[in-house]
Design a protein around this ligand. Structure first.
Ligand SMILES: [Zn+2]
Length: 216
């Protein structure tokens, strides 16, 4: 439909930037063509034999023409909770083991003097550190989860409307701009990738996310 060639040329409007039609393709076709699964040969290691893995790859051009964002903004803050969880678990295990929080006190040698404070040192401070780290991790994880749920709902609800507009757009590979077919009173205008996403994503109700989407 959007392929280059003489048969498609009569259906194409000239690019409003360069005035040509020879490098014009439909935005959905360009988007899909830039998303693919590739097989990657992984060399043999000490632990694993040589094998093939399938990776999903996308081009920068495909990402620039995406009809919707794939990840919510600020997702990285949730990732900060991972080291905090490691600290929480590590200090808890260390404190429980060293402080014998759950019993298992060492039996002193026969005849040895027992000094409770020395034989069973108080590692309660590790419990405090563990608890603080756990609270800090939860304060990062929970908002990230709620943001993710709200993001998915927003995109799923608005994507059909955005795709209706998105699927009518054309990409010119000669000058790297996008345009919509002209309408009476609205001549075609060349759009940058950012402006194109802002228009399409706004149609889906998530235009505020377009400004934060960097692909190039
Ligand atoms: Zn052009």
């Amino acid at each position: 439909m959007a392929d280059e060639g003489a048969t498609a040329a009569p259906l194409l409007h000239p690019c409003p930037s360069c005035g040509r039609t020879d490098r014009i393709s439909g935005v959905p076709a360009v988007y899909v063509a830039g998303r693919n699964h590739v097989n990657v040969l992984v060399p043999r290691t000490d632990d694993r034999m040589e094998h093939t893995e399938t990776h999903f790859v996308t081009t920068a051009l495909s990402n620039a023409l995406a009809p919707a964002p794939t990840t919510p903004p600020g997702l990285w803050t949730g990732c900060l909770s991972i080291p905090l969880l490691v600290v929480a678990i590590g200090t808890f295990i260390g404190g429980a083991t060293s402080g014998h929080w759950f019993g298992g006190y060492p039996v002193p040698p026969a005849g040895a003097a027992v000094f409770p404070d020395e034989a069973h040192p108080d590692y309660a401070y590790l419990g405090v550190i563990s608890l603080l780290a756990l609270v800090a991790a939860a304060s990062l994880i929970l908002p990230a989860v709620f943001r993710w749920i709200a993001f998915r709902r927003l995109v799923e609800a608005g994507r059909p409307a955005a795709e209706r507009l998105w699927s009518r757009a054309w990409y010119c590979g000669r000058c790297g701009t996008v345009h919509f077919p002209p309408r009476p009173g609205y001549p075609a205008q060349p759009l940058t990738f950012g402006d194109f996403r802002a228009v399409v994503w706004a149609a889906g109700g998530y235009g505020h996310l377009a400004r934060r989407h960097h692909t190039l």
